[in-house]
Ligand binder design. Structure first.
Ligand code: GRF
Length: 217
């Protein structure tokens, strides 16, 4: 069983999707802790409902990003995670953490990276009259929403053209695709090769093909 730590700041619907897939036996892993920088995060309640260990590290209580990250790093090391999942975690991690856990941290982002790192991706897609939108899952580096891509899924924007509808569609895709990627990381079908600096896929062609087939996105 792989040891998974989830970091979040808000609603936690992606955490819920991961929990549901673990409970259904789809993921060979266990969530050993959920950590939030936001004491009000609904995701913490979702974790408590499942009797998962929760930790709040409120960034406002630290005098600098380095101090916050030093405490977070210490906490993460104490948990010995195989995988750290950023599921709506609204803090940029410094290289102290990303270097220590190189190839062990993944993030989900609601855009087709490298398009639109950062916030308000749905609005940017609307403003630019884009024809496609989608999500990206990637290994985390100390650069915002950068780091090697693992998988992306896109959809055509037709009648879906409000922020709310785009968000709804994005969430549907995220809740299928994030657990699927985590499942395959836990099976070691997806891993980061430090030497080659490359994402390696095993038993699944490219994961994007598998996902396109599986979810008919
Ligand atoms: C998701 O859309 C994710 O892509 C982004 O933050 C959102 C988190 O949603 N990083 P939730 O808290 O999991 O509902």
């Amino acid at each position: 069983m792989k040891r998974i730590v989830v970091l979040l700041s808000g609603n936690g619907s992606n955490l819920q999707a991961i929990i549901d897939n673990i409970n259904a036996g789809n993921i060979n892993g266990v969530i050993v802790a959920v950590i939030s920088n936001n004491p009000q995060a609904l995701g913490l309640k979702r974790a408590e409902n499942e009797n998962l260990e929760t930790t709040v590290l409120n960034h406002l209580e630290y005098d600098s990003r380095n101090h916050f990250d030093a405490v977070l790093l210490e906490k993460l090391i104490s948990l010995s995670p195989d995988l750290i999942v950023l599921a709506g975690f609204m803090r940029i991690l410094t290289s102290k953490i990303t270097d220590y856990f190189d190839g062990k941290i993944i993030n989900i982002h609601p855009s087709l990276l490298p398009l639109y790192p950062g916030l308000n991706t749905h609005q940017k897609v609307i403003n630019n009259k884009d024809k496609k939108h989608g999500i990206s899952i990637h290994y985390v580096s100390s650069e915002l929403d950068a780091g090697p891509l693992i998988a992306q899924a896109a959809f055509d924007i037709k009648e879906i053209n409000t922020k709310e509808l785009l968000e709804e569609k994005i969430h549907i895709i995220e809740h299928s695709m994030f657990p699927f990627v985590i499942e395959n990381i836990c099976l070691e079908n997806i891993r980061w090769n430090k030497k080659l600096k490359k994402v390696i896929f095993r038993n699944m062609g490219t994961i994007n093909d598998s996902i396109q087939r599986k979810y008919e996105i």
